[in-house]
Write a protein that binds this ligand. Structure first.
Ligand code: FES
Length: 99
C-alpha cells in the first residue's frame, strides 16, 4: 500500500492502490471541503502532485473534461477522480492551506 504525504497537514497516510485520493484522505481523518461529492464538477478537491505523478493512472474522461476546461497543468489532479498508484506520493491540497 503506497504512502501518501500531505504537506499542509504534515501527515503521512496509506491509501490502497486503486482507491481515489479524496476518499483515501477522508478515510484517514483528513477533512476538507468539497462541493460536488466527487462528481468531477467543482474542482474543490484539486491536488498538486509534488512527487509520484508518473505512478498515477491517466485522467479518466470526467477528470479530463474538467481539467481541459480549467487549463490545468498535468501535475494538478482532481482527488475525487484520481486513484492511487503503487508508488509513494507527496501531495499538496490548496484547499487545506486556506483553513
Ligand atoms: S469533489 Fe468536486 S471535482 Fe472533485
Amino acid at each position: 500500500m503506497p504512502t501518501v504525504r500531505i504537506i499542509e497537514v504534515d501527515r503521512e497516510i496509506e491509501i490502497p492502490e486503486g482507491h481515489p485520493l479524496l476518499q483515501g484522505a477522508i478515510d484517514q481523518g483528513i477533512a476538507f471541503g468539497f462541493f460536488c461529492a466527487g462528481e468531477s464538477a467543482c474542482a474543490t478537491c484539486l491536488v498538486k502532485v509534488v512527487e509520484g505523478l508518473d505512478s498515477l493512472p491517466p485522467r479518466n474522461p470526467l477528470e479530463d473534461f474538467l481539467s481541459k476546461a480549467m487549463l490545468l497543468e498535468t501535475n494538478l489532479r482532481l482527488a475525487c477522480q484520481t486513484k492511487a498508484g503503487s508508488s509513494p506520493l507527496v501531495l499538496s491540497f490548496p484547499s487545506l492551506a486556506r483553513k
